[in-house]
Design a protein around this ligand. Structure first.
Ligand code: BGC
Length: 788
């Protein structure tokens, strides 16, 4: 392949060739331009494993055939994975997003990215369509299993780790789905209605962090509408925010068939329309010929496609992949991500010599539930059977299924399990959410386990003192039996190495070190946004605003089943000596917090140290606690390490829609170091000093009280009145004071109370100059003293 210069190529392309380039080729490729020797590049899913369809990629399935095949992929359930998609190339199924996120380990995320890149290279894939990083706003979300967290800082940092790993390995990432694709209900039409502050501080922040820290080669626009505009046609989102505010220089591609108006999407900033559609190509060509899409827009999008192709080709490294080594990696990643939620009286870890007779219950102990359903689903190279892995470590292990898909058999199977449990010393139940209902295309309907399983666990726990529950589920589940069981091990969907990883944790070969990345609610009604979920008439109002996830539970004082950031270990950790390298923060300044963490137990283990900022008297409404940094540290028994968490200026700022930007306000902020969001161990205070007192922008109908309290506005209005009425400023201020108790706007109040009539243009000019004066002051805090 010869190197090419994008600009030279574009200069000699016809309109039709440009449209070809911007419209993909068949299902998973870009269009080759043979006369320049530029080949196609290959893209495929997904976020935790490579899905390689031989029919669709190697054999270039065409026309309606590929649409059917595509729907087949997305709509099929994970348990059909081996049979649904024709010939597939196997690849490692790593822990899914909701599992991997629980590692809170950016280095591990980088390792995952590197492993994914290696597999892509070996299989012939140039761009992997992931990671998917939408905020897990509700645990019911069908794609919750793909996404990392309910918090944008954690999400963005894990995503950046994965993307850097992939791109360092020469394979492009596609950061998706941009933005607010947080539910699968009416997924290609639903309008996510989200106020700008929540967008900037929660839903976009993860993307912003990932873009800043890893420069993804591509971003994928989402299927849904955002505030009334289709995401793929949303100029504000794709151009003003992504490119202009954040400086993103890569390519934006659509989600598959997500473009509805191709010319509009190109103008909005959606460069590449995937997959190929002859209708949309005709539409674009007609618009170009009619001059309604500027050629400069067409050419810069073509350039981005060619730059992507050039990068992909330059990154090619087709050495084979060692899938056996990757299976071992999958096991390790799973073990690092599993969360121990309950461990009464140190029931775990089990001592193989003392555990006695172990009864393993559950169909998923032999058919492990390792991944969710949808386009991300991978054909694994090999799947560990948890039962076999437990048998490898313990001598006496029996197995019964306990439940089945057929409710008519539940009672008999439960009785069989109870009888077997009566003969066992330890009972391990493998439980899961219903396999094959939720996933891409459908949200869950409730927080229950698969039919029969909650009742089975409750019955076992009532009869046996040592019941250990091992869960596989996309996101939070309710646990009506929680208080009665001895231990709960949460795996989420942790990929093909889950079996061995669980066995390692159960028997203490690994100390659990994962922590939850979403809050587990006690009841479905406690879920943030519950009142308006899942929307109506095609609109989904995000009624909780910025109070997403733990922010909502904290704000409303709701006790969760398990809080964000929670996870147990086989050892214990002590926190001491929190220091800050500064205790005052001004505009543009960050700080570094340091804390000593000691492993006070008898086993090696890893602790996830979390840093939250807590405002004291915020000017804008705020959540009580916001995660701003974290670090995972490995400690031998007795070992102490000093860990550092650096905060940037942005971490102290809020997005103020009234000012159209991020602002620092004056406040005392607590730096809270916790082992979870509800287990704060150390605190220190920081004085944030904005340098300016922020007053709301003034308008025609601003209440007099806000004019009087605002020195700039007060002075300007007084000066204005003095000039109009030929009185001195002190008298003018007295006139203003007469209006203090009016709840009408300043102009109406002056008009009614003082019988003064003003020229509207003059007042508008006055207001504009006041607002401009305030903006200027906010940008030059040093002037504050002079003005006030
Ligand atoms: C999904 C994307 C995926 C694409 C290609 C879409 O239905 O939303 O996440 O990358 O299909 O499979």
């Amino acid at each position: 392949m010869t190197a090419f210069d994008a600009k030279t190529v574009i200069a000699s392309l016809t309109h039709a060739e440009k449209v070809d380039l911007l419209s993909g080729f068949n299902m998973w490729k870009t269009r080759a331009i043979e006369r320049f020797g530029i080949p196609s590049i290959v893209m495929t899913d997904g976020t935790y494993g490579v899905r390689y369809s031989v029919d669709q990629i190697d054999n270039d399935m065409k026309g309606g055939q590929d649409f059917d095949a595509f729907l087949g992929v997305v709509n099929r359930r994970a348990n059909d994975v081996q049979t649904a998609w024709g010939t597939m190339k196997a690849a490692t199924c790593f822990p899914n997003g909701s599992s991997l996120g629980c590692s809170w380990d950016v280095d591990l995320a980088h390792e995952l990215g590197a492993a994914l890149a290696r597999e892509c290279q070996a299989l012939g894939v140039h761009v992997l369509l992931g990671p998917g990083i939408n905020i897990r706003r509700t645990p019911l979300g069908g794609r919750a299993y793909e996404y990392y967290a309910e918090d944008p800082v954690l999400t963005g940092d894990i995503a950046a780790g994965v993307i850097n790993g992939m791109q360092d390995g020469g394979v492009g990432a596609s950061l998706k789905h941009f933005a607010c694709n947080n539910s699968e209900v009416e997924r290609t039409t639903m309008d996510s209605v989200v106020e700008e502050r929540a967008l900037r501080e929660i839903y976009l922040l993860g993307f912003e962090r990932a873009v800043a820290k890893s420069r993804p080669w591509t971003v994928m626009s989402a299927y849904n509408r955002l505030n009334g505009v289709q995401a793929a046609e949303n100029h504000w989102l794709l151009t003003e925010v992504l490119r202009e505010d954040w400086g993103f220089e890569g390519l934006v591609m659509s989600d598959w068939q997500g473009v509805k108006d191709r010319p509009a999407s190109l103008i909005a900033g959606n460069d590449l329309d995937m997959p190929e559609s002859s209708t949309r190509k005709e539409d674009l060509l007609a618009a170009i010929e009619a001059g309604t899409v500027p050629m400069a827009v067409v050419d810069s999008a073509c350039e981005r496609v060619l730059v992507l192709v050039g990068r992909a080709l330059a990154g090619e490294d087709r050495r084979p992949c060692d899938f056996t080594a990757h299976h071992a990696l999958a096991r390790r990643f799973a073990a690092e991500s599993i969360v121990l939620l309950r461990n009464e009286d140190g029931l775990l870890p089990l001592d193989p010599g003392k555990a006695g007779r172990i009864l393993v219950i559950g169909e998923s102990a032999t058919e492990a539930v390792i991944q969710g359903s949808g386009c991300a689903t991978t054909t694994p190279t090999f799947v560990d059977r948890p039962l076999d892995e437990i048998r490898r470590l313990a001598a006496q292990v029996d197995h019964v299924v306990g439940t089945s898909d057929d409710p008519a058999r539940h009672e008999a199977l439960r009785q069989e399990a109870l009888a077997a449990a009566a003969r066992a010393d330890t009972v391990i139940v493998f439980a899961n959410t219903i396999v094959g209902y939720d996933g891409e295309g459908s949200d869950r309907r409730d927080l229950a386990l698969a039919p029969g399983q909650d009742a089975l666990i409750a019955a076992l726990a009532a009869a046996h003192p040592k019941v250990i529950v091992v869960l596989a589920n996309p996101d939070a589940v309710a646990m009506p039996w929680l208080d009665a069981v001895g231990a709960v091990v949460e795996t989420f969907f942790s990929g093909q190495g889950m079996g061995a990883a669980v066995a390692d944790i159960l028997f203490g070969r690994v100390s659990p070190s994962g922590k939850l990345t979403t809050t587990f609610p006690k009841r479905i009604e406690d879920i943030p946004g519950y009142p308006t979920y899942p929307g109506e008439n095609g609109r989904h109002l995000y009624c909780e605003g910025i109070h997403v996830g733990y922010r909502h539970y904290d704000k409303r004082g709701i006790e969760p089943l398990f809080p964000f950031g929670f996870g147990l270990s086989y050892t214990s950790f002590a926190y001491a000596d929190l220091t800050l390298d500064r205790t005052r923060v001004g505009p543009g300044e960050g700080l570094t917090a340091s804390v000593s963490v000691t492993n006070t137990g008898a086993r090696a283990g890893k602790e996830i140290v979390q840093l939250y900022l807590q405002p004291t008297a915020p000017r804008l409404q705020a959540s009580p606690r916001n995660l701003r940094g974290f670090v995972k540290v490995a400690l031998e028994p007795g070992e102490t390490r000093r860990v550092r968490i650096a905060l940037t200026a942005r971490d102290f700022e809020a997005f103020d829609p009234a000012r159209g930007g991020w602002v620092l306000d004056t406040d005392v902020v607590t730096v809270a170091i916790g082992a979870s969001s509800r287990d704060i161990r150390l605190e220190a205070r920081v004085q944030c000093d904005a340098g300016v007192v922020r007053h709301r922008p003034v308008a025609w109908d601003t209440q007099p009280i806000f004019i009087l309290e605002n020195p700039i506005a007060r002075k300007a209005f007084a000066g204005f009145l003095a000039g109009k009425l030929a009185v001195n400023e002190a008298d003018a201020e007295r006139l203003l004071e007469h209006c203090r108790n009016s709840f009408f706007g300043i102009v109406t109040s002056l008009d009614r109370r003082l019988r003064l009539r003003f020229d509207r243009d003059e007042v508008e000019a006055l207001i504009a100059s006041i607002n401009a004066g305030m903006r200027a002051l906010e940008q030059q805090p040093a002037l504050r003293d002079a003005a006030e």
